[in-house]
Design a protein around this ligand. Structure first.
Ligand code: KG4
Ligand code: ZN
Length: 345
């Protein structure tokens, strides 16, 4: 709900369509979410075992106007009352991104509002600002999504120093692939998370990859292969696979590496605050283990509510606010950049 407006208040209508969620939100002054509407395509893509880019784009086109109207109406605000229009322009699926970018440009141009292109990953990191008014840079952030795994120092709003990244699969990608291999289906992360609750994380000892001379880098393809080998071996021997034990053991191997790298980086570099971002940050074991490790190391830990970890418009509105007050404006030639790197504009 809208609250007593002052001249300086900044209201941002933010649009997100980089993958399989069509989302829009109204965010006040970067940290107050007035509405956050998400239309998920998960049910549709489940039929195919993963996101089908062409279907995603088509669905975004169908839904985007409704989602934006709902976001404005739930915030009890009009387009005219918005200070700026923000949109994710990369990274992501090019056709999916283009729907949001074209829509945002048309709305901003038509309403005479400034346009702010937002980096999707900067959005994920900024989701932390929404529920934690005390959180300000600098801090260490572990970014774990379906397409990205980065360990960074958030030096300032929108300013990142990359400490480490995955050399192969992203953490979420590993969850999705393992889920498919054991027949849990799409989207894999939440299904592995749920199955693992009934399993023994010590049932199978899977490898934890270390990348030589890059202590903060990650690698998950060896782990994924180890899980696939384990499944194939069991099948060949006619042994039954205990899905909960396998899910818990795989998840423990991922979580172990994510937590140890993050806490080690905070300790080595002298940061007291640690945050997590991205879809995998909603994983219950990761949240639990990171909480335990941070407490032990005397670090303060922040993470968004699950709905703000996975793709949403509010996080884009939060990131856009800091871009906007720093003077960032996009031109009418703003384009989708599917492989936009972190720290690039
Ligand atoms: O951040 P996100 O919504 O989209 C990208 O930007 O990629 O992340 C989606 C990823 C998927 O791989 C999904 O399986 C994973 O996050 N994920 C999870 C959980 N919820 C979503 N992984 C592990 N545990 C979860 N609870
Ligand atoms: Zn995302």
């Amino acid at each position: 709900m809208k609250k007593n407006r002052t001249e300086e208040d900044v209201y941002i209508l933010a649009i997100e369509s980089s993958c399989d969620e069509t989302a829009a939100a109204v965010v006040k002054n970067g940290r107050e979410v007035l509405s956050n509407v998400i239309s998920s395509q998960i049910a549709l893509h489940t039929l195919y075992g993963g996101v089908v880019p062409e279907i995603a784009s088509r669905k975004h086109i169908e839904k985007i106007n409704q989602v934006i109207e709902a976001a404005l109406s739930q915030a009890s605000m009009t387009l005219e009352e918005m200070t700026a229009i923000a949109v994710t322009y990369g990274p992501g699926l090019v056709g999916a991104l283009l729907v949001g970018v074209a829509e945002a440009k048309a709305i901003a141009y038509g309403a005479g509002k400034p346009l702010v292109g937002v980096h999707h990953i900067e959005g994920h990191v900024s989701a932390n600002f929404i529920e934690h008014p005390d959180l300000e840079p600098p801090f260490i952030c572990l970014i774990v999504s379906g397409g990205h795994t980065h360990l960074v120092v958030v030096k300032d709003y929108g300013e990142f120093e990359i400490l480490g990244r995955t050399r192969d699969d992203a953490a979420g990608e590993a969850f999705d692939k393992v889920a498919r291999a054991v027949g849990l289906g799409y989207p894999g992360g939440p299904k592995v998370d749920k199955a693992a609750k009934e399993g023994n994380p010590y049932a199978v000892r899977f490898p934890r990859a270390k990348v030589e001379k890059a202590p903060y880098d990650f690698s998950f393809s060896g782990l994924k292969s180890a899980v696939l080998n384990h499944i194939n071996h069991a099948r060949m021997m006619g042994e039954e696979i205990c899905v909960p034990d396998l899910a818990a053991s795989f998840q423990y191997a991922v979580v172990d590496v994510l937590v140890s790298h993050t806490v080690e980086a905070a300790r080595e570099l002298g940061y007291r605050r640690v945050a997590m971002a991205g879809g995998v940050a909603s994983n219950s074991a990761l949240r639990g283990e990171m909480r335990r490790a941070c407490k032990k190391a005397g670090l303060e830990l922040y993470y968004p509510s699950p709905v703000l970890c996975t793709d949403n418009g509010a996080m884009i509105g939060a990131a856009a606010y800091y871009e906007y007050i720093n003077g960032a404006r996009s031109g009418w030639d703003l384009n989708a950049v599917p492989n936009l790197k972190l720290g690039e504009r």
